[in-house]
Design a protein around this ligand. Structure first.
Ligand code: ADP
Ligand code: ASP
Ligand code: MG
Length: 406
């Protein structure tokens, strides 16, 4: 008997018929003799709807109430699935985050799981119950409901799989696996049979939303094999696992894009020790992550400092930076959210020269201006105008020959 965790995303639970399809998939595992834990997202579009409601109610909604509100989409789907399973004669029980107890820190909107109490679920599994757990939500030590960041149900599933020592963690979604790039943007994208945790993490962190970055981090840490599969077909699938010797050692294995980007420039900052610290410390104190940072060459003791943040945090970041910019004597702060980040990912990049040059040449051939560049051992990212995202992704996919299996 194996313990299987199955996670279904928003499009997989978008209506009652789809929830019945999910029930069939859970029953299939059960009939195969396995213990089954199902983790669900909210119905497609529901979390967005709840977020919009919160912002209609107040410009800056109270964070505690905001998390409590946006977690309710998952309350609906887990109870509906349990109702369907019960009506079909199967033992099933829904669990919200606090009922499990999925304990998190206190960082509303992007809480991290610190501990999962597995007793309640294990007890139910022993009785043959299918446990249906709400993804995306947890509870802090003072019983406040928290959420794990957009796409957080993936992390709920992997964390549960790790805590329960599951044999398998299946992430069911609306595509049949992880591709060389988003198959909904580039029709030449190719499905990968396997991908290493490191490459998947880099792809997820640079925008491939098929898995939330934290879920990959956790899968790697606890060595959970993750299968990305289609809810709507039994074909395909991608295994996310440890790097092994039969894995493709491509120079470039994937292209990603991220439209959730905003660029902030602090103009004419005095170029002296401590200025960067005074600009970035208040941002980190407000839990705002800064991604790329560029500082121009200093001219006459002044410089421009540009960095990127998530578009969702742009307004808050701007407010904070406006205040510190004044304090350090900068001229002004400019923001631009009409941008996107396009990245190329590949573990083979380290040992090959000319990869960056090829990326820049490809962009130049399409007349796409590069505003910012950042590199790591296995990634090169460029900030470009948002409207060129699809063009850049397709051109890079072609240029690096990702369509054909080598
Ligand atoms: P779910 O609601 O099931 O969690 P998501 O929308 O979060 O689904 O993630 C699936 C989507 O991820 C796909 O529809 C696809 O457009 C997008 N995606 C982006 N990059 C990739 C990639 N490299 N491979 C597969 N899907 C990708
Ligand atoms: N419902 C949440 C979201 O839309 C969590 C998830 O789908 O994983 O972000
Ligand atoms: Mg998702």
């Amino acid at each position: 008997m194996a313990l299987v965790v199955q996670k279904f995303g928003g499009t997989s639970v978008a209506d009652i018929d789809k929830i019945k399809n999910v029930a069939a998939k859970a029953i299939r595992e059960k009939k195969a003799g396995n213990e089954v834990v199902v983790v669900l997202s909210a119905m497609a579009g529901e979390t967005d709807r709840l977020i919009a409601l919160a912002h209609k109610a107040a410009e800056s909604p109270n964070e505690r109430e905001y998390d409590s509100l946006i977690s309710t989409g998952e309350h609906v789907t887990v109870t509906l699935l349990a109702i369907v399973l019960n009506s079909m004669g199967y033992r099933a029980k829904s669990f919200l985050g606090f009922q499990v107890k999925i304990l998190t820190d206190k960082a509303y909107k992007k809480a991290r799981i610190s501990l999962i109490d597995t007793d309640a679920i294990k007890k139910e599994l022993k009785h043959g119950t299918i446990a249906v757990v709400a993804g995306f939500q947890g509870v802090d030590e003072d019983n406040n409901i928290t959420t794990l960041g957009r796409g957080g149900s993936d992390t709920s599933a992997v964390a549960l799989a790790a805590a329960l020592n599951a044999d398998q963690c299946d992430i069911y979604t609306d595509v049949d696996g992880v591709y060389t790039t988003d198959p909904n943007v580039c029709n030449k994208a190719r499905r990968l049979d396997k991908i290493s945790y490191d490459e998947m993490l880099e792809m997820a962190m640079t925008g491939a939303k098929v898995l939330q970055p934290r879920s990959v981090e956790m899968a790697k840490k606890y060595n959970v094999p993750v299968y990305v599969k289609s809810t709507f077909s039994d074909k395909g699938g991608t295994l996310v696992t440890k790097e092994d010797k039969d894995m493709e050692k491509e120079i470039i294995s994937g292209i990603t894009y991220d439209r959730d980007q905003a660029k902030i420039t602090v103009v004419h900052v005095p170029d002296k020790p401590g200025v960067a610290a005074s600009l970035f410390t208040p941002l980190s104190e407000h839990n705002i992550s800064v991604d790329m940072i560029i500082q121009n060459v200093s001219a006459e003791g002044f410089t421009d400092l540009t960095f990127t943040v998530s578009k969702k945090e742009m307004k808050e970041a701007q407010k904070i930076v406006d205040a510190t910019a004044k304090a350090v004597g900068a001229k002004k702060v400019e923001v631009d959210d009409d941008v996107a980040k396009v990245s190329i990912i590949g573990v083979g990049m380290v040992s090959h020269s000319g990869v960056a040059a090829k990326m820049f040449k490809t962009m130049a051939n399409e007349s796409i201006n590069i505003m910012m560049i950042s590199t790591s051992e296995i990634k090169i990212s460029c900030i470009i105008k948002r409207k060129y995202t699809e063009l850049a992704v397709t051109a890079l996919h072609d240029a690096f020959g990702l369509e054909k299996k080598k």
